[in-house]
Structures are given as C-alpha cells and as structure tokens.
Ligand binder design. Structure first.
Ligand SMILES: C[S@@+](CC[C@H](N)C(=O)[O-])C[C@H]1O[C@@H](n2cnc3c(N)ncnc32)[C@H](O)[C@@H]1O
Length: 269
C-alpha cells in the first residue's frame, strides 16, 4: 500500500509522458490533459500518428505470436514496454505457450503503477521500473533472473523505443550490448520512428524534446536504423515499414501512416 502511494507520487501530471501519449494515440484512457495537448500538437505535424501507433502495436503482437509459434521462443524481455493495453506480450505468447515468461521494463513510474495490476497477471510475468540503458543492472535484477534463463533463447524487444534515445546514448550500442548477453537462437526485435520528410523529422523531434524536457532522442532515417542490425542475420522480409512485416491477412487493405513510419525487423542471433 505504502509502495503504491509512493509510485503515484512520482507520476508527473504537469509534463507529457511518452507512455501516456502513446496510450492516447492507441485510444487508451491512462493519460492526462497535458498528454492530450501534446498529442494534438503532434497530429498537426504528423496527422497519421494514430494509424502509426496502431500499426506498431499490431506488429508487436504479430512478431510475439510468430516467435512463440514458429520459433519456439518462451522468454521475452520487453524494453520500453509502455502502459498495459489489450493483448500485451504475455497474453499473446501465453495463448501459444502457457509456460512463456515475460519481463516488462519501462522507466516511467506510471507503467509500474498500472503494470503491477495488469501485466503481473500470473507468476510468469513481472514489470520492473528501469532505464533500458542500464543493461548490467537489468541483467542483474532479481525479477529478471527469477523469470529468464539466459542459457536459453530469449527475444529482446525494442519496439518503438530507440527514438527515445539521443545519439549520445548510442542506441545501436545498446542493442549490441543486450545481444552479447543472449544465448544462440535468441532474437532481437527492433523498430523505431523514421521519416523521409525532413520537416517531420525535425518538427516531431523538436516537439518531443520540448515536451519531455530534453529527454527524447530523434526521428531517424531508414539508413540509420540499418546500423542497429549491422552484422546480424535478419528474418524475412528484412527491414521494412512494420506494416509489411509478415502481415496477417490481405483481406482488407492495410492502412498506412504517410508522414512517418515505424521501421524495423527481427534478427536471429
Ligand atoms: C512508444 S512507447 C512503446 C510501447 C511498446 N513498446 C509498444 O511498442 O507498444 C515507448 C515506451 O518506452 C519507454 N521508454 C522511453 N525511454 C526509456 C528508457 N530509457 N528506458 C526504459 N523505457 C523507456 C516510455 O516510457 C514508453 O512507455
């Protein structure tokens, strides 16, 4: 009880949060006026942002299901997991394999506050509040070690999160560092915001840096995302707009975001 109170006192309702803005874009209700106001500004620069968020979430669910179903993955480390929504990673993988284990990692206290009740649904899931840049601390965390056996393959997820890191934090280096901890047969799932329109790259980056008090990274280019995967083997279809990563059905046309997209893929170690 005391711990819940101290988590909620850490939630800053006076400045937008990336987790809560993303929640709003997905149609969620765990957001405040300040987040909604920032999203309205975002939509002026990139009107297709809600489509983009939904496409990204569907990619995450697809990739988790495919890794569980077709590649036998039973352990997931979800970096920058975001607020709980429908069909979270553990629900998707535990439908395929009930013994799957998932650790959610996010640095926003609101994720811990809501995750405790929704994401820690059973003994095989945990949510930890940590900065994903602190790889050593994450791999030493007791909750992580209770659930994840690093001698067995793991899927490390970095879905829609590396744009939160500025270049000085070396997002490609972070992906490589995590890869070094993982057993052969593990997977890296990475996508981030890109745009081929300079005004979108600069407009969104400026807005998000201002909104988050300079703790955001940058909208990048597809070539820059390629660098995250240097020397790694990519599953088909390689690096793409995530809408095109093994789409489920061709029955209805896929709606695309046209100002910017989540660009990425899946590598097998
Ligand atoms: C756009 S959301 C993506 C959520 C989820 N991965 C998805 O794709 O549906 C980005 C999340 O990353 C989290 N985040 C940003 N920087 C982080 C950091 N340095 N360490 C951990 N989490 C971070 C934010 O709090 C937010 O919840």
């Amino acid at each position: 009880m005391r711990r819940e109170k101290s988590i909620s006192s850490m939630i800053n309702v006076d400045a937008p949060s990336v987790a809560r803005m993303y929640d709003w874009l997905l149609g969620g209700i765990e957001n405040y006026a300040v987040d909604r106001a920032a999203c309205e500004e975002l939509l002026k620069i990139a009107p297709s942002s809600q489509t983009l968020a939904r496409n990204n979430r569907r990619f995450l669910q697809r990739v988790v299901r495919i890794l569980a179903q077709d590649y036998g993955i039973r352990q997931f480390l979800d970096h920058g997991s975001g607020l709980p929504t429908q069909d979270n990673v553990h629900q998707v993988t535990q439908r395929v394999a009930p013994d799957s284990r998932v650790v959610y990692i996010d640095n926003d206290p609101i994720v811990l506050a809501h995750g405790r009740t929704t994401l820690e649904e059973n003994g095989q899931t945990a949510v930890i509040q940590a900065d994903m840049r602190h790889t050593d601390a994450i791999f030493a965390d007791p909750q992580v070690n209770r659930l994840i056996d690093f001698d067995q393959p793991v899927a490390a997820l970095f879905v829609s999160v590396l744009h939160c890191l500025p270049d000085k934090d070396d997002p490609a280096g972070l992906v490589r560092r995590v890869a070094q901890h993982l057993a052969p047969g593990s997977f890296l799932v990475v996508c981030q915001l890109v745009s081929d329109r300079q005004e979108v790259r600069e407009g969104v980056t400026d807005l998000m840096k201002m909104a988050t008090n300079d703790s955001w990274g940058r909208v990048r280019t597809t070539q820059e995302v390629q660098a995250y995967f240097d020397g790694l083997d990519l599953l088909e279809p390689g690096l793409v707009d995530v809408v095109d990563w093994r789409p489920d059905t061709e029955l209805t046309p896929r709606r695309r975001a046209d100002d910017w997209v989540e660009w990425g893929g899946v590598a097998r170690l």
